[in-house]
Design a protein around this ligand. Structure first.
Ligand code: ZN
Length: 220
């Protein structure tokens, strides 16, 4: 977690700056991410940073909102290693045709220490854009289907703990409540900024690269 806010250059309304992995209950994790309509050098740099952060944490996937960016974008490398595996970037993804069901243990870089069995569809179709602007459709199963669904949930503001059966959900709730207490304690001591600071940052970043929220002006 950060000890002080590290805002980007305030003269640049689209600035992203240095990214950090964020943990529950940072507001970015609990908020639906917005579609990207602009991909610029700053965003490409942010994706490079995301890969570094993911490898440092030995993760296989990372969603943009896990580094405080409100964008519909996630990255994957099933090998969790910069020297092997394939680096995948999925922009504005959608999932369809869920089939079958599979139970597998999951963890999350934003919920350190918590690992639990999560039931999900075994297969799913992913439609997305690559960073090169190509549209891809992939019929996924196995571990990649698992990781993609976990990361897609992040973009919806959901965590794997939202998918647990009752008894496991209660157990997870205790861990989440402890994280919440620590977070609120840090905020009350001024070691973390208030949520309003994060919401303002998310709104600024959204305004820079996403379509305006809500119905278009002048529509019936
Ligand atoms: Zn996660």
């Amino acid at each position: 977690m950060e000890s002080t806010p590290s805002p980007a250059d305030p003269t640049d309304a689209a600035g992203i700056g240095k990214l950090e992995l964020i943990e529950y209950p940072h507001p970015a994790l609990l908020r639906r991410a917005s579609p990207l309509v602009r991909i610029d050098d700053e965003l490409c740099n942010a994706i490079d940073q995301m890969f570094e952060i993911m490898y440092d944490a030995v993760g296989v996937g990372l969603a943009a909102n896990q580094v405080g960016l409100p964008y519909r974008l996630f990255i994957v490398n099933l090998e969790a290693n910069p020297n092997s595996g394939e680096e995948l970037v999925f922009i504005n993804p959608t999932l369809s045709r869920p089939r079958g069901t599979a139970l597998q243990e999951e963890g999350c870089l934003s919920l350190p220490g918590l690992r639990m069995d999560v039931r999900r569809p075994e297969k799913v179709v992913l439609d997305a854009w690559t960073l090169e602007g190509e549209q891809v459709r992939l019929d996924l199963d196995g571990f990649l289907a698992r990781v993609v669904q976990h990361e897609f949930d992040h973009l919806e503001g959901r965590l794997f703990t939202d998918r647990l059966p009752d008894a496991a959900a209660l157990e997870a709730r205790r861990v989440l409540d402890t994280m919440l207490e620590v977070y609120v304690g840090k905020q009350s001591r001024g070691e973390l900024p208030p949520d309003a600071h994060y919401h303002a940052e998310l709104a600024r970043l959204e305004a820079a690269r996403c379509p305006p929220a809500g119905p278009a002006r002048g529509s019936a």
